[in-house]
Design a protein around this ligand. Structure first.
Ligand SMILES: Cc1cc2nc3c(=O)[nH]c(=O)nc-3n(C[C@H](O)[C@H](O)[C@H](O)COP(=O)(O)OP(=O)(O)OC[C@H]3O[C@@H](n4cnc5c(N)ncnc54)[C@H](O)[C@@H]3O)c2cc1C
Length: 476
């Protein structure tokens, strides 16, 4: 039995684990990646270990070293696929790794599963050569690879410019940058971003470099369609307005053999939903988030959340949120918090407040505007696991399926291997447009395991079909 299990070893989860361990708890940290660092400080693959260090790799290496020096138990390349409670109200955390599945028991649980990217489906988005913006950063950090010879980078928020600058740094060529944000959106975000001059300067440098390299920059434009047969060969782009509606102008075609495309990040809430926490819809924080107090306590006893899964505030805020969740957990387990930790907590809250101002301004650039749903044309495949397009979802809504559960059972949208992680956002966008209801009114589909794909024989293990009770004949 562990005092605390932490799911996710990014900046939030790893700092929560280190703090809880320093305060004397028996801690387990689980992550599906090969090592700690999460998305931002992702560990390099073995083939690029000798590559020059970057700020992210230096910070990641330092974090990994601290974890190695501690006696925190770690389980990497291990996925959490189910979360439950036993009769004594301890958490049962079901894990699957290459060695099979097993479960661990824990008094408290911190969920630090980070974010996932939001990609609004547009005609042709499933063509090979089209990758998510955030997914592309994983390609750069882990393998130092670029997605193609000539890349269009498109979407919203700061990742657009980071990805474009990385493609160039790693030797690729950027055919164009297509930002649905206008330059004026960035100017509006400036006052908040000034609070973090280092990151602001980095952003200015990314954009400045693109101008210097004469990369065509389409401000306030959106992708109408991805073109190609068997592989992407380019994109059709149109001017948009502030609300993300594309104008009825002629298409501008930009040739490219790869496209990095995305619209910001959404909190990864599957685990906190499965654990029973109440969630609310907060567009300023990236979408649905667990309802918490200022320390990351959820509505479920001994369940805490920290990092981007508790609302997209970015990597600067994540370590502070991790430590605050650790303090809350120690306070609940020990029924008190020593005087010196009260002072530390106060200091962490202050630092978090500053980091959050920058984080919210960056997230604000990807708040979905009313035209977002309109980017998905009738024939666009929305659920790529089950091959369901917009028209099929609309038909289902029009015949009375108003909740995500009803649309799901009527169409199979969200029933594939991804468990709806990618398509439920688009399904909600379409329902929103078709019914005029708000996201909060539409709600979420029921949370169900598995959080990650798991083989049936791993779950069934010792099950003998002959042991199943056969119900008797029911009385007439
Ligand atoms: C793909 C991607 C790329 C990003 N790239 C950048 C970037 O380049 N620059 C930037 O500023 N921000 C980037 N972000 C945002 C960045 O992730 C966060 O701001 C920061 O890493 C948040 O830290 P965190 O600890 O909250 O989450 P993360 O760093 O995301 O860590 C969460 C961890 O939880 C693990 N996890 C999740 N679910 C499970 C499960 N069921 N079982 C086991 N482990 C699980 C993940 O493997 C991950 O290591 C990216 C986000 C994504 C989704």
């Amino acid at each position: 039995m562990y005092d605390a299990t932490i799911i996710g070893s990014g900046p939030a989860g790893a700092n929560a684990a280190l703090e809880a361990h320093d305060l004397g708890l028996k801690v387990l940290i689980v992550d599906e990646q090969r090592d700690a660092g999460g998305q931002i400080w992702r560990v390099k693959s073995k083939s690029i270990l000798s590559a020059p260090s970057t700020e992210a790799s230096i910070k990641g290496d330092a974090l990994r070293e601290r974890l190695k020096q501690s006696s925190i138990e770690v389980k990497f390349e291990t996925r959490v696929w189910h979360i439950d409670k036993n009769e004594e109200k301890n958490w049962i955390i079901n894990l699957v790794s290459k060695d099979g599945s097993h479960s661990v028991l824990s008094k408290a649980l911190i969920i630090a599963t980070g974010a996932q990217e939001r990609v609004i489906p547009v005609q042709g988005w499933t063509l090979p050569g089209v990758v998510g913006l955030a997914g592309a950063t994983a390609l750069f950090k882990e393998h130092m690879m670029v997605p193609g010879k000539s890349t269009v980078v498109a979407g919203s928020g700061p990742l657009v410019f980071f990805v474009a600058s990385e493609v160039i740094r790693l030797g690729g060529s950027v055919a164009a940058v297509v930002s649905i944000n206008g330059f004026s959106d960035w100017i509006k975000a400036l006052p908040a971003m000034v609070l973090n001059p280092k990151l602001l300067w980095q952003g200015i440098k990314w954009i400045g470099d693109l101008y210097l390299k004469r990369v065509p920059l389409y401000w306030r434009h959106g992708i109408r369609s991805f073109e190609g047969l068997g592989h992407v060969v380019g994109v059709n782009v149109r001017k948009a307005n502030k609300k993300w509606y594309l104008r009825h102008d002629p298409n501008i075609f930009i040739a490219a053999d790869s496209v990095c495309y995305g619209h910001g990040l959404m909190p990864s809430i599957e685990a906190s939903r499965l654990a029973g926490a109440v969630h609310t819809y907060e567009p300023a924080l990236g979408g649905w988030v667990p309802f918490t107090d200022e320390n990351g306590r959820t509505t479920v006893p001994y369940l805490y959340v920290c990092g981007d899964n508790a609302g997209i505030l970015g990597a600067q805020a994540a370590p502070h949120r991790g430590r605050l969740a650790a303090y809350a957990m120690v306070e609940d387990l020990n029924e008190t918090l020593p005087e010196d930790l009260l002072a530390k907590r106060k200091a962490e809250k202050k630092l978090l407040k500053w980091a959050s101002i920058f984080g919210k301004a960056a997230t604000g650039l990807s708040i979905l505007q009313p035209g977002a749903g309109g980017l998905i044309s009738k024939q666009t495949e929305v659920c790529r696991c089950e091959g369901i397009n917009r028209l099929e979802i609309e038909k289902e809504v029009k015949t009375g399926a108003l909740s995500p559960n009803a649309v799901k059972s009527g169409t199979r949208c969200g029933m594939g291997p991804c468990g709806g992680r990618f398509c439920s956002e688009s399904m909600a966008l379409i329902t929103e447009q078709a019914t005029g209801k708000t996201r909060a009114e539409i709600g979420l589909p029921t949370a169900r395991p598995p959080l990650r794909p798991v083989a049936m024989d791993e779950i069934a293990k010792d099950l003998n079909y002959d042991d199943l009770p056969i119900p008797g004949v029911s009385p007439l």
